[in-house]
Design a protein around this ligand. Structure first.
Ligand code: DOR
Ligand code: ZN
Length: 333
């Protein structure tokens, strides 16, 4: 069994900087024609100058692959003129509530105080990407954030709001209520639950924010992805950390899935007899939601078992050392 995908896209990706960027970026660029690049560096990407330098470093790291890094600015209460100047160089602005995840210390403290900026983004047609978690009990953080999404979706009906890495059935229900909401979902949230992370021996390489939830949440996410819900996009949230930051007393959040994501998705869709919907889920939905055109690149996968590497440099991937049913067999550079 085989499938050829036209320009697969990863609509939520952490590439880091320096040696880590050079290590992980080619692994994404090999399988994906483009990706939405997250701005949670230290310090965050919050100026056009920094964004341009980061984009240039990414382009250098992905060569010779043809790969579009769609850049995001880290949310600040930017003046309208700053947003207007940035508009043609960004795909959106990423909002992190303060302190909810890796490198979000500079995030938003007062979610009531962002509305002027959201109004300007709506006028300028700049999408808002959101890490939607509160500071509540860890399993309830996404659910507690849903009313905030609803309020913004209602108040700014022409603002495209992307609920990043959704993990609950409740988030999918909200997606149905507002046409200006879209969402990304990761491959690890499609495949794991909290049991995989903490039900047996603790699995640091599966630990991420938001934490994977209940089996019924995963089932709802799978159902929506497998039918390629038109406003649901694949976003890996692949988030590499060096092994010593994961296998540690204070384990960093993040699953490094970039090199295995497409193969795992093909396996999931094939098992559910839904391969015909994979193109929409990994590319076409994103093109429509964001109005972007990726570079034309075909990526072929086949049902041929392979063993995922134990490491890429000092980063341990999702499914390290395990056998995957499907593999990427051919890529156009
Ligand atoms: O698990 C996560 N890791 N979740 C995030 O939101 C950020 C990411 C990271 O940057 O490591
Ligand atoms: Zn992320």
């Amino acid at each position: 069994m085989e499938i050829t995908l036209e320009s697969p896209l990863d609509m939520h990706l952490h590439l880091r900087e320096g040696a880590m960027l050079r290590q992980v970026a080619p692994l994404s660029a090999r399988h994906f024609a483009g990706a939405v690049v997250m701005p949670n560096l230290t310090p965050p990407v919050d100026s056009l100058e920094r964004l341009r330098a980061y984009r240039a470093a990414i382009m250098e790291a992905v060569a010779p692959f043809t790969f579009t890094p769609w850049m995001t600015l880290f949310f600040r209460p930017y003046p309208t003129a700053t947003l207007a100047a940035a508009r043609d160089e960004i795909i959106g602005v990423k909002l992190y509530p303060e302190g909810v995840t890796t490198n979000s210390a500079g995030g938003v403290r007062d979610l009531e105080a962002v509305e002027d900026t959201l109004a300007a983004m709506e006028r300028l047609g700049i999408p808002l990407l959101v890490h939607g978690e509160t500071h509540g009990f860890v399993l309830d953080r996404e659910a507690e954030f849903l009313p905030i999404y609803a309020r913004w979706a209602k108040r700014f009906p022409r603002l495209t709001i992307v609920m990043e890495h959704i993990t609950t059935a409740a988030a999918l229900e909200l997606l149905e209520r507002f046409p200006n909401l879209a969402a990304t979902v990761t491959v690890h949230h499609l495949l794991t639950t909290l049991d995989d992370v903490a039900g047996g021996l603790l699995q640091p390489h599966l630990f991420c924010k938001p934490i994977p939830k209940r089996p019924e949440d995963r089932a709802a996410l799978q159902a929506a992805a497998l039918r390629a819900h038109p406003r649901l996009m694949f976003g890996s949230d692949s988030a590499p950390h060096p092994r010593e930051r994961k296998e540690a007393a204070a384990c960093a959040a993040g699953v490094f899935s970039a090199p295995v994501a497409l193969a795992l998705l093909a396996g999931l869709f094939a098992r559910h007899d839904a391969l015909a919907n994979l193109q929409a889920f990994v590319s076409d939905n994103a093109r429509r939601v964001y109005g972007v055109t990726p570079p034309a690149r075909r990526v072929r996968l086949a049902r041929r078992p392979w063993q995922a590497p134990e490491r890429y440099g000092d980063v341990v991937p999702f499914y390290a050392g395990q056998t995957l049913e499907w593999q990427v067999t051919d890529v156009e550079p």
